[in-house]
Design a protein around this ligand. Sequence first.
Ligand SMILES: N[C@@H](CCC(=O)N[C@@H](CS)C(=O)NCC(=O)O)C(=O)O
Length: 203
Amino acid sequence: MITLYHAPQSRSSRIIWLLEEIGAPYVIRPVSIYRPMTETGEPDADNPHPDKRVPALDHDGVLITESVAIVLHLCEAFPQAALAPAVGDPRRGAFLTWIAWYACELEPALFAGLSGELAESPQKRRNHEAVMHRLETTLTRVPYVTGETFSGADLLIGSALGFARQAFPSSNALDAYVTRCKERPAAVRGVALDGASGPQAGR
Ligand SMILES: N[C@@H](CCC(=O)N[C@@H](CS)C(=O)NCC(=O)O)C(=O)O
């Protein structure tokens, strides 16, 4: 049994997309969260996340938090979805690299790009440029970050860029990538389920 603790238009939205890619049964359990940008919302006492954030996932009684951990767990628990190369597959190195790069490089660069911090920090500007360079050089060659096929790494990177494309300079390659990710049927279904309001949501 899979239960996703979810708040609409948040980092848990992409986990709905991932669950739709996988096609396993799941339920969405809506929870409220504090939204610092608008200073609205309250932490939900029923949210099992230790910081009352989303996403949180319960899989057969095991709690997993952090988007990266949830993505790795689900991709590996459902290998038939072919969203992560298995241990021993030579493509796994690139896959793991992109997953870690998303958390350690892309997310900080994205928020630095949104906040206007780049003008004041040469180091952040350098990191931001490196992120943009890596995306641009990769996505002008191949449709997805690890090559020809969509993976869990694209789910993280594509959703982050879909949320904050304006954090990076204009680029046809990035725009096409974001569109390619958003147009996946599972992503479209995910958007439709994002505002789901009851425990019956999902498959
Ligand atoms: N690194 C975490 C970040 C989770 C996170 O910050 N989620 C936001 C929603 S996008 C949240 O729940 N905020 C509520 C709060 O900060 O109290 C992850 O990717 O899972």
